[in-house]
Design a protein around this ligand. Structure first.
Ligand code: SF4
Length: 440
């Protein structure tokens, strides 16, 4: 470890989804292993890394706002500290971005994030001897404990959905090795994680690109059996990735959350084909009923797009009918965002903004009604809850297996310490939140 990097601090401002959080954590870990202090307050840091998101226009605008806010700090504006723009925006916009943001000292696209130590060293004039401060993800004891930790199992995507920028930003699909995933799970468990959430752009494809192919079901079973006291949850399983083996694996392991997050995106077959996706309302309903037959208390989440180019009023009605019939536990919805460089950008039948927002809101309203009724039916049941923190008034809250971090609700409880898993009788619900008493 270089003595010169000690005493220097780096802060992260992370935009976007959990996958970006993981990337920021990895960059922070490399920097920490190389002797840097990871600061909480970006205004006090020697270097601020803004890890950006730009999968849709709204996310790009939020990232630009964050960059400009950081650029306005006295420390950055005076040149005393440096600004690094990392992640999806440099990957998508490349050299164009460098011309637009002269406030930034460096740009680090997703594919180059492993070089963060060299970039920061270069800015601060830190020199290392060969082998000094090598940035390997071995774990540093000073990292903050997290009750729930995200672990990325692959990156990139080969599906090229017609509306999506991710394959252009993140590149081709590649699974991470099982060995690396186990090491990353172990690192988080050692830090105190009680729940591991496996994420990727396309988790269900994990292992199929290996010379000796494997599967998500195999990975989940191995992890669940190796880390018996840890909850496992998997997000973003494309419909084709929900295999019988995976359903069986989830059903047969108590420490794998009975929770499937399946982005259907739409239900009308013509719209799905135009999106370059497979499936139909019929096949999705069959999938939902197959899962529920095998796991009656399963929790199901999806993501949908409303107002896709050419979506007729009838096709939109079919989407609403599907939502009603599928009666899912959680539904996330986006109004279609027209992104340059994607195939749907040039499609005829672009729908005006107001109408897209109206359709998305109609999906949201219907989903809110159905979801809150489903959650209310949990009153009187018992659930294991992992305690995640305390409200300002001191009341503990946590999450049951039916509640994924960041996207679903929480459960308020009347006892327990952070990291405890307590058994709770659910006594009340309010929209997406539950409340209950500890009974064990
Ligand atoms: S599967 Fe997801 S990440 Fe991949 S192209 Fe489709 S929407 Fe984008």
């Amino acid at each position: 470890m270089s003595a010169l990097s000690q005493g220097k601090s780096v802060a992260f401002v992370t935009m976007g989804c959990a996958k970006n959080e993981v990337d920021s954590d990895h960059m922070a870990l490399r920097l920490r292993n190389a002797g840097y202090f990871i600061a909480d307050d970006p205004e006090q840091a020697d270097v601020v890394v803004v890890n950006t998101c730009c999968f849709i226009q709204a996310a790009t605008e939020e990232s630009i706002e964050a960059i400009l806010e950081v650029a306005g700090y006295e420390s950055i504006a005076s040149g005393a500290s440096r600004l690094v723009v990392a992640g999806c925006m440099p990957a998508r916009y490349g050299a164009d971005l460098e011309g637009e943001l002269p406030e930034a000292s460096s740009f680090v696209p997703c594919a180059s994030e492993e070089s963060i130590v060299e970039v920061v060293d270069g800015m601060l004039g830190v020199e290392r001897l060969p082998g000094d401060g090598a940035a390997v993800l071995v774990g540093a004891g000073t990292e903050e404990a997290k009750v729930s930790a995200y672990v990325k199992i692959s990156d990139g995507c080969d599906r090229f959905c017609a509306y999506c920028t991710i394959p252009y930003i993140r590149g081709r699909y590649h699974s991470f090795s099982e060995q690396d995933i186990i090491a990353e799970v172990q690192r988080n468990v050692d830090l105190g994680a009680r729940e591991i959430v496996l994420i990727a752009q396309d988790t269900g494809r994990w292992g199929q690109d290996f010379e000796e192919p494997s599967s998500l079901a195999q990975l989940m079973a191995n992890l669940a059996e190796r880390f018996e006291g840890t909850w496992f949850r998997v997000m973003y399983i494309q419909p084709e990735g929900v295999t019988d083996d995976l359903v069986e694996c989830v059903a047969s392991h108590d420490n794998i959350c009975s929770y499937f997050d399946i982005p259907f995106q739409h239900a009308n077959e013509r719209v799905l084909r135009s999106m370059n996706r497979r499936g139909s309302a019929h096949s999705f309903l069959e999938l939902v009923s197959t899962i529920r037959e095998r796991i009656p208390d399963v929790t199901l989440r999806t993501t949908l797009i409303a107002g896709y180019p050419g979506e007729t009023e009838e096709e939109f009605e079919e989407l609403l009918d599907f939502i009603e019939e599928a009666d899912l536990d959680y539904v996330g919805v986006f109004a279609y965002s027209r992104e340059e460089g994607t195939r749907s950008y040039d499609l005829d039948g672009q729908i005006d903004e107001e109408e897209k927002v109206r359709r998305a809101q109609a999906v949201r309203d219907l989903a809110d009604t159905l979801s809150s009724a489903r959650i209310a039916r949990r009153v009187g049941s018992t659930a294991d809850v992992v305690v995640c923190g305390f409200e300002e008034d001191g009341q503990p809250f946590g999450r049951a297996m039916c509640q994924a971090p960041d996207v679903d609700g929480v459960t308020y409880v009347d006892g327990g310490e952070v990291g405890d898993v307590v058994t709770v009788r659910i006594e009340d619900t309010l929209f997406y939140e539950m409340e209950g008493s500890v009974i064990g």
